[in-house]
Design a protein around this ligand. Structure first.
Ligand SMILES: O=C1C[C@@](O)(C(=O)O)C[C@@H](O)[C@@H]1O
Length: 283
C-alpha cells in the first residue's frame, strides 16, 4: 500500500485508517455532536452564519435576514454588542433573538480583544455574562478560547454541563499558522481540555500554510475523536472554508449579513461552490 504521509514520525495510511471507500467526500469524526437535529462530525459540513450586531434592534433585524438563508447554525458574537458588559441587556437581547431564530442551534461567543474579539471584560465578568446567558435556555453551544484562564474555563465547563450546552474550545492566531503537527496538537488539546468540539482558525502567510491547515485537519481525525472546525483565514485561506469539509472540518462560517472574520464568503456563493464540488442539486 502507498504511504500517504509521515505523521509525527509514523507512516500513516489514509485508506487503512478510514477504509478504502469511506470518507471520499467527508472524513467524519468518530464522536458526533447532535444539537437540535444538526450533526457535527456527520455526513455534511454544517454552515454557520455569524451575527455581529451592535444593539438589540439591529440584532433582531440581522437575525431575521440571516434566517432567510436557512443556515444550519447561527453564532451570536456578543463581543460586538455595545452593552456586552451589561449582562441584563445581553439576556434581554438573547431572549428576543431566540424567538426570531426558533429551532436553529445557537453558538454564544464572547471573545475578548486579546483573543481577536471586540470587547474588554474581566474573566469574572465573562463568566457572569455566560452564566446568565446560559440560564435563559437559549444557548446551545458556547465558544471559548482554550487559552482562557484555567479557573474561568472550569467554571464555564461546569455551567455548560449543567445545562447540557456543548462546549467549543477554540484556538485563534491572527498572525500566523502553526506547522502541521502544531495544528494537530492544538486540536488535540481542545479535546483533552474537555471540549465537545475543537476549533482552530489561523492566518496563512503563504500557500504552504493553507495546505498545512488542510493536511493537519485530515491528520487530526486520527488523533482526535470529537468534531473539528478548522479555518485558514484571509483571502489566501478562503478556499478552506469551501473544501475544508472534505478534509475533516465539520462547520464553516459564511456571511449572511456581515462577516465576522477575514476571508469569509457569502453563503449563496458557498452553497453554489459546495453544490458543484459534491455534484448535488442546489438548495
Ligand atoms: O472562531 C470563529 C471562526 C471565525 O474566526 C472565522 O474565521 O470564520 C469567525 C468567528 O465568528 C468564529 O467565532
Amino acid at each position: 500500500m502507498m504511504k500517504d504521509k509521515e505523521f509525527l514520525g509514523t507512516p500513516f495510511y489514509f485508506a487503512e485508517f478510514f477504509g478504502e471507500r469511506e470518507g471520499i467526500m467527508r472524513l467524519q469524526s468518530r464522536k458526533k455532536v447532535v444539537v437540535k437535529n444538526k450533526v457535527f462530525g456527520g455526513e455534511d459540513m454544517l454552515v454557520c452564519l455569524p451575527l455581529v450586531s451592535s444593539n438589540k434592534e439591529t440584532l433582531i433585524k440581522d437575525a431575521g435576514k440571516i434566517c432567510e438563508y436557512n443556515p444550519d447554525v447561527i453564532e451570536w458574537r456578543v463581543d460586538y454588542f455595545d452593552t456586552v458588559n451589561d449582562a441584563e441587556s445581553v439576556v434581554d437581547a438573547l431572549e428576543s433573538l431566540s424567538e426570531v431564530i426558533g429551532e436553529k442551534p445557537l453558538i454564544f461567543t464572547c471573545r475578548h480583544k486579546r483573543e481577536g474579539g471586540q470587547s474588554d471584560f474581566s474573566d469574572m465578568k465573562r463568566v457572569d455574562i455566560i452564566r446568565k446567558a446560559v440560564s435563559t435556555g437559549a444557548v446551545d453551544l458556547l465558544d471559548i478560547e482554550m487559552s482562557s484562564d484555567r479557573e474561568a474555563l472550569e467554571d464555564i465547563k461546569r455551567i455548560s454541563e449543567e445545562k447540557d450546552v456543548k462546549l467549543i474550545l477554540s484556538y485563534h492566531n491572527f498572525e500566523e499558522t502553526p506547522d502541521e503537527s502544531g495544528i494537530v496538537e492544538k486540536l488535540a488539546e481542545g479535546e483533552r481540555l474537555g471540549a465537545d468540539i475543537s476549533k482552530l482558525a489561523v492566518m496563512p502567510n503563504c500557500h504552504g500554510d493553507v495546505l498545512n491547515l488542510l493536511s493537519a485537519s485530515c491528520l487530526a481525525r486520527k488523533e482526535v475523536d470529537i468534531p473539528l472546525i478548522t479555518v485558514s483565514m484571509g483571502e489566501m485561506g478562503s478556499l478552506t472554508r469551501i473544501v475544508g469539509g472534505m478534509f475533516g472540518s465539520d462547520l464553516s462560517f459564511a456571511v449572511g449579513s456581515e462577516s465576522s472574520a477575514p476571508g469569509q464568503v457569502p453563503i449563496e456563493d458557498m452553497r453554489k461552490m459546495l453544490g458543484l464540488l459534491t455534484n448535488q442539486v442546489l438548495v
